[in-house]
Structures are given as C-alpha cells and as structure tokens.
Design a protein around this ligand. Sequence first.
Ligand SMILES: C[S@@+](CC[C@H](N)C(=O)[O-])C[C@H]1O[C@@H](n2cnc3c(N)ncnc32)[C@H](O)[C@@H]1O
Length: 401
Amino acid sequence: MTPAARLQAAIDVLTALETTAAPADRVLREYFRARRYAGSKDRAAVAERVFDCFRHAGSYAWRMNEASPRARVIASLLAEGADPADFFTGASYAPAALTKEEAAALAAPPRDPPLHVEGEFPAFLEPELTKAFGADLFAEMAAMQPRAPVGIRVNTLRTARETLVTALASEGFEATPTPHAATGLRLDGATTSKLSASGLFAAGHFEFQDEAAQICAALCDAKPGMRVLDYAAGAGGKALALAAAMNNKGEIVAHDIEAGRLAMIGPRAERAGVSIIRTTTSLPPVQYDLVLLDAPCSGTGTWRRQPELRVRFTPERLAQLVALQAKLIADASRFVAPGGRLVYATCSVLPCENDEHIAAFLGTHPEFAPVPVSDRETFFHASPRRTQTDGFFTAVLRRST
Ligand SMILES: C[S@@+](CC[C@H](N)C(=O)[O-])C[C@H]1O[C@@H](n2cnc3c(N)ncnc32)[C@H](O)[C@@H]1O
C-alpha cells in the first residue's frame, strides 16, 4: 500500500467504527481479512493511525473544526509535521484532494483549546475527572495517552515468577517483575499476539492481566478452602487469579448475566490447572466467605488500551452504568455471610462509579464497614500516573452480622 492508501484505509476503519460498538482492534482485523494484499507493515501503520486518531480525537477535531474521520486523519498528519496536501491528492487509492474548507482550517492559526480538548477527554466528564484528580487532572490525562505495556499474571499453580522470567527470556521476551503485585510481570516491548503464541501460554504458565487487576485480586485475600462468589465473573480473569491464590482448594462460583462470557472460563481453567470454578447464571440464596463484584463500568481506567472508549462514551451510558452498579452492589451484598467480605471493583477512575457508590451503600447497610487497603488509603485508587497501571478502583467491606 502507498502511504496515501494507508491514510484512506485509516479513514475507512474510523468510519466503520462510527456505526458499530465492536472494539477497534476487531474492526481492524476484519478490515484486513478482506484485504489480503496488505502486508504486516501496512496493517501496523493503519492501526497506529486509527488509535492515534482516537487518542487525540478532541484536539484533532478542534484543529480542523470538524470531528469526521477524514478531518482527524488530516490533523494527525499535521501533528507529525507532514503536509496533508502531499497525501490528500485524489490520485488512485489516495484520499480525495483537500476541500476549500479543509485547506482553510489548515491555514488558520491554532486556537487555544478548552480544558477537555487539551486533556483529550469527553467534555461531559470534566466535573467527574476534576473530582477524581483535582490539580493533577492534566498530568493524569497525559499519563493515559501512551500505549500500555503488556501485563501478565504468573500462574503460581504451574510455575514461579522467577522461573517464568527465565523461560520467557529463552523465547526472546524480556519480562520485569511488577512492583506491587507479587504475581505480575510487565513486558514493555512485547505484543499480546506474540506472547499468546508462546508454548508457555498454552501450558497455562500465565494469563494476560494488568497489574491493577492483580492487586485487586490480592486485596480479596482469598485463602485455600474458602467459599467464594465472583458475582460478575465474565470470562473469569479475576476468578482464575483467586483460584491460584486459593491454591486450587475450596470453591469459586463464577456468576454472570452472560452465559457466553462464562463459557470462556472452562478452557482457561483447564489450561491453568484450576478445577474449583463452577459457572452459573442463576444463584440460589447461599452465602459466601467472599463475594467479588467486578462491576460493568465505563472502562475509563483502560483508555491507554482502548482509546476508542474516549470517543464512544456518552452521558446516557454513564447514567445507565451508575444505576446498574448501585443495584448490583445491593444484590451482591446479600450473598455475603456474617464475618465475610464484599469486594467491589471497577476499571473506572470516576468517583460516581466508585467511592460514591460505596459511601451510599455504607449509609444504608450499617452491617458493612470498610477494611482499609493500606496504611495510607481506605480504598485502592489506581491510575497510569499514580501506580503505573491501568486505572482501577477496589473497596473491601466486611460484614459484621
Ligand atoms: C468488568 S466485567 C467482569 C470481568 C471479569 N471479572 C474478569 O476479571 O475478567 C463485568 C461483567 O458484568 C457482567 N454483568 C453485567 N450485568 C450483570 C448483571 N446484572 N448480573 C451479573 N453480571 C452482570 C457483564 O456480563 C460482564 O461480564
């Protein structure tokens, strides 16, 4: 593909993403499956451009007075010091020549951007993000821009962290132990597709999981022999981490509203050597030592990995999620036995999805009290800037009676 054809491909993919809720990497895969002539360098260049246009969606649209995929791709060229007119020529496979309006926008001097454009976040989130980060807002938003490193969780049922570091090195992967999670490794230069092709992955020596999610699993303090309910287990990322912490002894009930997600747990558990997880979409009224609610959320903590979420998120979706989370906390809490713990977690950095829910829940459920996560913090607040992980929240609550 010519450089100009790659730009047209990026415009096509960004346009397709305007009418689907599918993740950007899946849409990219489908786009190139139908275009076998594109080589790996073409695919990488188009993907890089698409993600860049999501990471900088606000400032690119501001620069061009227009948020269309084409306008954002033009602005992305400008940002890298190229002249868009050299590529937007209308030649075969190249994007159509610049319009008069586009040329005028490019010629105009840059205007001072408003706060949300400078911080590259949706305007409606400004109050929430300001509440979350205060004076650090811009620094926090800047830390959410670069691509995240690959994070893996060492499966201690199969191997030890040091052993896996050595084994990965022999396959050409450089892995560094994570500072906070005892089971974590960080691989700055690797890709998930290369790592998942490794025999070590097939043999269940590791799972893909960011350090923040591993810290959340550690805060659950799951012990061998416990009875555990993972109330929104999805494909089982946390349930598998809990099973390893429990040394595969005890019982984990993995519950979710979506049977399709739960179905992914079986093969993952088998690979990991885990036999204590049972999946279900309906729960009898039985109580557990530990109930984890890893709630559906905005995913604002994962913007580094899924930059398209910045553009796709709406006030209506946030309101729906907040209402659902409040209901799920109350629902999940009924399954906690006296003396047991409820752990609430999200990969969101917004107080309305995190601390505010817990404050409201504690106000109406005096039988629950927080168990501080450290000497400094009652609840765990992670962010790329604070903890060099994804953004994440965890609250641990103990039930007295
Ligand atoms: C953040 S994801 C869970 C991720 C999972 N714990 C992991 O570590 O891989 C949230 C899950 O909540 C589930 N969910 C949404 N509404 C639900 C409900 N009413 N009851 C139970 N689960 C629900 C979704 O299907 C989704 O799998």
